[in-house]
Design a protein around this ligand. Sequence first.
Ligand code: ATP
Ligand code: MG
Length: 428
Amino acid sequence: MIISLTVDEGKVIRVSGPASIEVLSGEVLVAGAVFQPSSKLVISRYRSYGVKALKRSELKVVLGDGGSLDEPQQGEEVMDSWIKLCEELINLRTDLRIIIIGPPEAGKTSLTAFIANQLLQRGREVYIVDADIGQEDIAIPCTIGVAKPKDKFIWLRELQPLMMKFVGCNSPQYCLAQFITAFQEVINDVCRPGVDLIVNTDGWVTGYNALELKQLMIRMLRPTHVLILDEELFNYFRNSFKGYGFEVLLIPRPKFIKERSREDRRYLRHHSYLKLFSNVRRVELDINKLVLINSLVLTGKELSIDELSNYVKIPDNLRSGVIYASVLANTVNIVLRKGLRLSNEEVVCGEGLELNIVNEGDEKGLLVGVLDRNLRTVSVGIVERVDYLNKRIYVLTPWGDEILGLIIGRIKLNERYEEVGRVVKCIL
Ligand SMILES: Nc1ncnc2c1ncn2[C@@H]1O[C@H](COP(=O)(O)OP(=O)(O)OP(=O)(O)O)[C@@H](O)[C@H]1O
Ligand SMILES: [Mg+2]
C-alpha cells in the first residue's frame, strides 16, 4: 500500500515495518537522525519507529505485508522527551559514558541508536557497545559487539562491527565470568578521552543475579549516566548508587511498539550468524600449540586405552571404538567413534569418578572465540572437526590473522547457521 501524507511541523507519526519512507519535502527525525528531501529509509518487519516532522513534511510511505502507519495518541510517543534528554546530555559534557537498562522490548536498542545519532549529528566521536549478547545487533549473538558509526542509521544492524568480544552463550546468566571478562576488555579498549560511549544491555533484569550483573557492569564502566526504562528498576539502581557522582535517570518508554516473537528473535540470531559466517576461511590448528579455554576433554591428561582401563572398565567389543580419552580431576572423558553408544552403566567406574562420554563429530558446529597473542578475544569461529589422532582442530572463521587460542562456547549451530541449543556437557 502506498500512502502519501503531509505531516505538520512538530507532529509525530508511528510507522511499523515492513515499510519504506521517502521524504519528498521538509525534514523528519527518525531514530534520532535527521532525514531531508530525497532520503529514503527502509523499516524492517521487526521494528517500529516514531517519525517526527521537524518541518512540515511531505512523505511517501510504502507499507509491506504487516506494516502499518498511525498517529500516536497523547502520551504514547516518547520522542520529545528523548530529544530533550539528548539536548541535556550533549550540552552537559563530552566523554559521556552512558549505560541503558530496561526489561525486554522497553526501547533500549532504540534509545541507544537515538542518542548515538544525536551525538553524531553534533560531530562527536561515538562508540556503541552492544552488550545484549542474546539479541546482539552489531556483531553476532554470544559476543559483545562494538561499532563506531560514521553516518546516521536507524538500526544497529546497519553498523559494521569494529570489535567483537566472545562470551560463549546467548544469555549472560549461563556464562557470567566470560561475560564480565569480555565487557571489561571492551571498556579497556574503547574508553578514552574525547569519545562518547553508549552501552546497550540485555533485558535480563528479574531476580537478584540479573540485578547484580547490571550493578557490576555499572561499577566496571563508571558511567556518567545510567538511563533506565522502567520505574521499579530506576528506584532500585538509584538506591543502590546513592552518593556516587553519576546521574540515574528514568526515561519514558514508547507505549505501542512492534513486538518480536520467540521465532522472530531466533530468526534474527540466525541471520546474524549467516551474515558473519558467509565469508569465512577454514583454518587447521595444532592442538599441541593451542591455548584452549573452557575445554575439559582436550586439556585433560591424555590416556592410552591401557591407562584408561585403570580408571574405567570398557566392554571388550567397544575398546576399539574409543578414539581418545583423557582425565581431568575426577572426570574421565571418552570420545567414541561416530554412531557408537556407551551408557555410564556399561562402563564400570572407579569410586568418585565421573564420566563424560562424547562422540566424534559432536563438536561440529560449536561456536568458539578466537584469541590473539595477548589472549584477547578478537573474533569467533565454528568448529568443523577435531582430528584426535593427529591433534588437529579445524575451524571456520572470518578472522584472517594469527590464532593463538580458542575459547570453547556453549552454543552449537547447524549447517544452516541456526542455533541447535545450549550445550550442557563438555564436548571438547
Ligand atoms: N518511539 C517509538 N515508536 C514506536 N516504536 C518504537 C519506538 N521506539 C522503539 N520502538 C520499537 O519498539 C520495539 C522494541 O524496541 P527495542 O528493540 O529498542 O527494545 P529493547 O529494549 O532493545 O528490546 P530487547 O530487550 O528485545 O532488546 C522495536 O520494535 C522498536 O522498533
Ligand atoms: Mg535490544
